[in-house]
Ligand binder design. Structure first.
Ligand code: ADP
Ligand code: MG
Length: 230
C-alpha cells in the first residue's frame, strides 16, 4: 500500500529523523511511537502530503507521491487518504450530518468495500439518531466518534491518525481503536501516531522515532513530593 524508503526530514542543520524505512500493507495497523517532538506528526504530514520530506521516497502503488503535481495531490487526498486528528477537525457550527456529508467519496472506491451510509456509520459509533445536533455541543469523545463516522463514510484506503485518543477517556479511546481496527480488517492501511501503550499494543507493528529506546535520560522525570513530617 505505502512504502517509505530512506525518508529524512531536517530543519536547517537539525535532523528530525533520517533513514526511515517501512511498509504499511492493506489490512495492517502500524503504531508510530516516540517522545513528544520526535517528529511523529511531521512524518504523518509527509504521508498525507501536507509536508515534504528532505530526502527519500514515499511510494503508493509504485508511484513516488512526494513528486506528485498539485492535481495528483488533490486526487490522492480525495481518493486514497483519510485523516483523523486529535482535535477532531470538524465544522463546529454545523450539524453531525452536515459534517458527514462533506466526506467526498473516492472516485475509485475499494472494489468490494463500499463506504457506509451516514446512518450506518453513526449507529456503529453509538451516535444513531444524533444527525441534527450541532458539533459544538458534543463532548470531545462524541466529536472524535463523528470524525470516525466520517472516515467510515469516506472509506479511504490509507488512514492517518495523529494521536486520535490523546484527549479521550478510556472508553472513548477503545471505541476509536476498535473502529480503526475494523477499518484495517476491511482492507485499509492504518498508521496511528500515539503515546499510548495500550493503543500501541493493539497495532500489528510498531515503528519508533527518536531516542527514547536508547537513551534513558529521555524518560520523563518524576516529581518527588516530600513526605509530610507533621
Ligand atoms: N516548520 C518548522 N520549522 C522548524 N522546526 C519545525 C517545523 N515544524 C516542526 N518543527 C519541529 O519538529 C519537531 C517535531 O514536531 P512533531 O512532528 O510535531 O513531533 P511529535 O508529533 O512527535 O510531537 C518539533 O520540535 C518542532 O519544533
Ligand atoms: Mg504530534
Amino acid at each position: 500500500m505505502i512504502d517509505i524508503e530512506n525518508l529524512s526530514k531536517s530543519y536547517g542543520s537539525r535532523t528530525l529523523w533520517s533513514d526511515v524505512t517501512f511498509t504499511v500493507a492493506r489490512g495492517e495497523m502500524l503504531a508510530l511511537v516516540g517522545p513528544s517532538g520526535s517528529g511523529k506528526s511531521t512524518l504523518l504530514n509527509c504521508l498525507g502530503l501536507l509536508d515534504k520530506p528532505s530526502a527519500g521516497v514515499i511510494r503508493h502503488e509504485d508511484k513516488d507521491i512526494t513528486r506528485f503535481s498539485r492535481r495528483e495531490i488533490r486526487g490522492f487526498r480525495r481518493d486514497v487518504l483519510g485523516y483523523l486528528f486529535q482535535n477532531y477537525a470538524l465544522i463546529e457550527n454545523a450539524t453531525v450530518a452536515e459534517n458527514l456529508k462533506v466526506a467526498v467519496k473516492p472516485r475509485r472506491p475499494l472494489p468490494d468495500q463500499p463506504g457506509k451510509t451516514i446512518a450506518e456509520a453513526l449507529n456503529r459509533v453509538g451516535l444513531g439518531g444524533r444527525e441534527n445536533e450541532t458539533i459544538h455541543y458534543l463532548s470531545g469523545g462524541e466529536q472524535q466518534r463523528v470524525a470516525l463516522a466520517r472516515l467510515m463514510v469516506k472509506r479511504p484506503a490509507l488512514v492517518l491518525a495523529d494521536e486520535p485518543t490523546g484527549a479521550l477517556d478510556d472508553a472513548n479511546a477503545s471505541t476509536v481503536v476498535d473502529i480503526l481496527r475494523e477499518m484495517s480488517e476491511s482492507g485499509c492501511a492504518v498508521v496511528i501516531a500515539t503515546h499510548s501503550a495500550s493503543v500501541r499494543e493493539q497495532c500489528d507493528r510498531v515503528f519508533a522515532l527518536g531516542e527514547s529506546e536508547r537513551d534513558p535520560s529521555h524518560k520523563p522525570q518524576r516529581l518527588t513530593v516530600p513526605l509530610s513530617t507533621t
